[in-house]
Design a protein around this ligand. Structure first.
Ligand code: PEP
Length: 249
């Protein structure tokens, strides 16, 4: 039985004041639900969020990390540093990082590996562009992105990890993948892992991300292989986000 998980990716949004308000409303809205709820604020708000969620059930994550343990990497933040703030999760390979900051499959694999060493659960993002989907290359692209990490950490590295299928054409566009489209790719991902270890494949949670809203969440979560969501825009709206979390169970 996979416990659903909904993660909020706040991206580069928020202020000290707005975050306090948002967290207060989310905490009240998700009280008593069975799913896990993770918030991923910008680094500068980690201490504030850690304090605000201290007595609740919400969990803390980050949107990115540097794979190096420390040293001359100006502007970067390591896994050990975020772990000190009670961080349990780290998003790796988000498409915005891949496209704006040139993160290759190899860099993403190194970040994934670094998370495991620091006991952080990586949330590995994979997904195709619209052009790749139109060319019927979705499966090939997603499998390549996943294989790069499998080659670096082996199937055992996925025992403590999550995967987020995030079609790039659905991120921030308001156009979500249909439940059937999401399920099809999630099935491919689980199948690829299953070929290496069926137990790991069965227990890993595969999230869907890309314009998830309260209005489409229940249908997405109703799919056999959709185990939750990674939510961008809608996670900045407490009512919308808590409705999504409640749909997950
Ligand atoms: C994301 O950036 O991970 C994301 C899913 O964004 P949105 O929900 O806004 O499409």
């Amino acid at each position: 039985m996979r416990v659903p998980l909904v993660a909020a990716n706040w991206k580069m949004n928020g202020s000290a004041a707005s975050i306090d308000q948002l967290l207060g409303a989310i905490a009240a809205g998700v009280e008593g639900i069975q799913s896990e709820v993770v918030v991923c604020p910008p680094f500068v708000f980690l201490a504030q969020v850690q304090e605000a969620i201290r007595n609740g059930a919400m969990l803390l994550g980050v949107q990115n990390i540097n794979a190096n343990p420390g040293g001359a990497f100006t502007g970067e933040v390591s896994t050990e540093m975020v772990a000190e703030f009670g961080c349990r999760f780290a998003i790796v390979g988000h498409s915005e990082r891949r496209s704006y900051y040139g993160e290759s499959d190899a860099v993403v694999a190194e970040k994934f590996k670094a998370c495991l060493s620091a006991n952080l659960t990586p949330i590995l993002c994979v997904g195709e562009t619209l052009e790749e989907r139109d060319e019927e290359m979705t499966e090939q692209v997603v499998s390549r992105q996943l294989e790069a990490v499998l080659n670096a950490v082996g199937i055992d590295g996925f025992r403590q990890a999550l995967i987020a299928y995030e079609p790039i054409w659905a991120i921030g566009t308001g156009v979500s993948a249909t439940a059937a489209q999401a399920e099809e790719v999630h099935r491919v991902i689980r199948g690829q892992l299953s070929a290496k270890d069926s137990e790991v494949a069965e227990q890993i949670r595969i999230l869907y991300g890309g314009s998830v809203k309260a209005a489409n969440a229940a249908e997405l979560f109703g799919q056999e292989n959709v185990d939750g969501a990674l939510v961008g825009g809608a996670s900045l709206d407490a009512e919308e986000f808590t409705d999504i979390c409640r749909s997950a169970g």
